[in-house]
Design a protein around this ligand. Structure first.
Ligand SMILES: C[S@@+](CC[C@H](N)C(=O)[O-])C[C@H]1O[C@@H](n2cnc3c(N)ncnc32)[C@H](O)[C@@H]1O
Length: 232
């Protein structure tokens, strides 16, 4: 079976326990990272009304809830290839159109959305530069891309290595117990190790024609927020 299919099937299997595992394993810190990402993206866009917001790799829909908390009279679309994750999202999130699709091939028109978010999803996309090109195609001129991700850290400082100890050693054990799927939470640190560094992702965004690429790290570089724009 190809790698992308295996990844999606793994999310299908953990869908019902994903939210619980997420909250416990991040000590709820992801909520603050998501809030800050949404606020900074909207500030950069300079508008809060009549927006079309696309959340790619939407999973169980948490990011869409964050968008809905701060926006009125906007249209929301969630895209994910996992049927299991989408089912949970549909049970939690109203007023949103969900589409089962991959980031590499979005079923949306050119220049049709104002904001694209992808939270902890890009690492799971095989051939992610292809997805970056899709994001660029689908974003309107002046539109904003928000990425939250666990990036590979090739040169960890002493403090960073504490974060790495948590993600590489503790998290697979805890995640395995909570989700009852050890394989999924062994995949997590491995996928971070195999993923791009922040510097590489920033270069890839520029290569895909994004401008004003900006990034910030959270807690021992455990998580990173990246914003990029499509030129006006
Ligand atoms: C770690 S979860 C993140 C879910 C959600 N964005 C969140 O913040 O909780 C990763 C998600 O990426 C999805 N995914 C895997 N491969 C993908 C692909 N090729 N395109 C889009 N999403 C993908 C999975 O189905 C899963 O829902």
């Amino acid at each position: 079976m190809d790698k992308q299919k295996q990844i999606v099937e793994m999310f299908d299997r953990i869908a019902s326990r994903y939210d619980l595992a997420n909250r416990i394993l991040s000590f709820g810190m992801d909520v603050g990272w998501r809030k800050e990402g949404c606020e900074l993206a909207l500030k950069r866009l300079g508008r809060r009304e009549n927006l079309k917001i696309l959340d790619v790799a939407c999973g169980t829909g948490d990011m869409i809830l964050h968008w809905q908390d701060r926006l009125n009279s906007c249209e929301f679309i969630g895209v994910d290839p996992s049927e299991g994750m989408l089912k949970v999202a549909q049970s939690k999130v109203g007023d949103c159109r969900f589409l089962q699709a991959q980031a590499q091939n979005l079923p949306l028109d050119d220049e049709s959305v104002d904001v694209i978010s992808i939270a902890y999803g890009l690492r799971n996309v095989c051939d992610y530069p292809l997805a970056l090109r899709e994001f660029y195609r689908v974003l309107k001129r002046g539109g904003v891309l928000l990425i939250l991700e666990f990036m590979h850290n090739p040169n960890p400082s002493f403090l960073d290595s504490m974060g790495l100890f948590y993600t590489q050693k503790i998290l697979p054990i805890l995640g395995g117990l909570i989700s009852k799927n050890k394989q999924a939470y062994t995949y997590l640190p491995n996928s971070i190790e195999e993923f791009a560094s922040l510097e590489t992702l920033k270069e890839d965004l520029v290569k895909s024609a994004f401008v004003d690429v900006w990034a910030k790290n959270y807690y021992a570089k455990i998580s990173s927020l990246i914003l990029a724009s499509k030129e006006k």
